[in-house]
Design a protein. Structure first.
Lengths: 354, 69
């Protein structure tokens, strides 16, 4: 296992270019191109002013990768949308001197021992977790698409780092785990922004997390029938929840205008709490994915107290009493909902968005 | 939140800031100790605030674009 330092400023990271590699910081170039067992370091001696490192897609990647800015100016990675294997930890300096050209750095973590991903506020295009039998743990918040292939992705049970992503998806059906701890996961993408309909060999530890979908274009949370913490509608476009899942809470954090939560027909969402509500002039529509066929919400006991809902094709059941609120509308084909406020003195979980 | 020294000797200064709509943001400044110790308290606070502001801006901009999944 060798250590390789980038030198000489601008250049191409390829499988053959040795002109930018040295065995020491600021040392003579001509060292071999890093292998996936080698540590790679970009430091202040890697370049003396603004420079760009271009990936051409021919490199096999590297081991642990540390990226610091140059002695002056900024370092830009231009990956040309190439995927890139990192068989170890990734650390990007907090200096603000490192940027990845939008759409151009997508590390695939292939570590074989525990590793960390510390990006210090720098946005990645995508990370892929492909670390068989081991774990990639975040060392700071992460912004970038997350693809889970093999191994474990952990947001840190100690620090519960935030993750902001267009989507969380899965590649293949091999043994893989998400440990989301108590992290806040913000999904900004449309279409199936949470894509876990297939759960073969998947372990999802998300019961304490908060997942909010914020896109202004229709998006879907495909839960796969798994157990989650809080899932929020957080944007103007409809949120569809598919699969029969278990939630600690379904909520609505979008207060700027009316919005919709759609449940796939013939599914049952089992909740501990249901705090989703609208507000005056900004109704929250609750419906099923096919008019005339219901979807079910189930809470085992207690009271649900909401308001400013427009409800269609919804069965509310489970043992709890479901109050839709006095300002809600019973559109059609509903059962179990009571279109009044709960009696005075009763308790319930109700959040009015103002 | 806390300041830790990592196994590689770097400083991890964790922080948490809250947005009224997007909720809690938890992140850290992870830096070489020499670089960290050269910063003033004001500079550190400004870096954390910038990180948070960038997060909010990213959500605002990304949520209004139709992104391929």
């Amino acid at each position: 296992m060798a250590t390789r330092y980038w030198v000489g400023g601008a250049g191409t990271w390829s499988s053959t270019n040795t002109a930018n590699w040295s065995a020491s910081s600021g040392g003579a170039s001509g060292a071999s191109v890093p292998a996936t067992t080698d540590t790679v370091i970009f430091d202040s001696a890697s370049g003396s002013a603004n420079y760009t490192v271009t990936f051409d897609g021919t490199s096999t990647g590297c081991g642990p990768l540390t990226i610091n800015g140059p002695s002056s100016g900024t370092l830009t990675f231009d990956g040309g949308n190439q995927l890139f294997n990192v068989a170890g930890s990734l650390t990007v300096a907090a200096s603000g001197l490192v940027t990845f050209t939008s759409g151009n750095f997508s590390p695939i973590f292939t570590n074989t021992t525990p590793a960390t991903c510390t990006t210090n506020g720098v946005t990645l295009t995508r990370i892929t977790i492909d670390c068989v039998g081991t774990t990639l743990t975040l060392g700071s918040a992460l912004t970038g698409q997350v693809v889970l292939s093999r191994g474990t992705f952990d947001t840190s049970s100690t620090n519960n780092w935030s993750v902001t992503s267009s989507s969380f998806t899965r590649s293949g059906t091999q043994t893989s785990t998400h440990n989301l701890n108590s992290s806040v996961i913000t999904l900004t993408g449309s279409s199936t922004a949470w894509s876990f309909a297939t759960t073969t060999n998947l372990t999802m530890n998300a019961s304490n997390s908060t997942i909010t979908l914020t896109s202004s274009t229709a998006k879907t949370f495909a839960g796969g029938g798994l157990t989650y913490g809080t899932v929020n509608q957080g944007g103007s476009a409809a949120l569809t929840i598919s699969g029969s899942n278990t939630f600690s809470n379904i909520g609505n954090t979008y207060s700027a205008a009316a919005t919709t939560i759609t449940f796939t027909i013939s599914t049952t969402q089992t909740v501990s709490n249901f705090t989703a509500a609208g507000s005056s002039g900004k109704l929250l529509t609750i419906n099923s994915s096919t008019a005339g066929t219901v979807a079910t919400l189930s809470k085992s006991s207690g009271i649900v107290s909401s308001d400013y809902l427009s409800i269609r094709d919804s069965t509310a059941t489970g043992g709890a009493t479901w109050y839709a609120g006095a300002n809600s509308t019973n559109v059609s084909n509903n059962s179990g909902w009571i279109f009044t406020a709960p009696p005075a003195g009763s308790t319930g979980n109700f959040f009015l968005l103002m | 939140m806390s300041i830790n020294v990592l196994e590689n000797g770097w400083v991890q200064d964790s922080f948490e800031l809250t947005h009224d709509v997007y909720g809690v943001y938890r992140d850290a400044l992870v830096m070489d100790p020499e670089e960290y110790n050269a910063l003033t308290e004001e500079q550190i606070a400004a870096m954390k605030q910038q990180r948070f502001d960038n997060w909010v801006s990213h959500i605002d901009e990304s949520s209004n674009q139709e992104e391929p999944v």
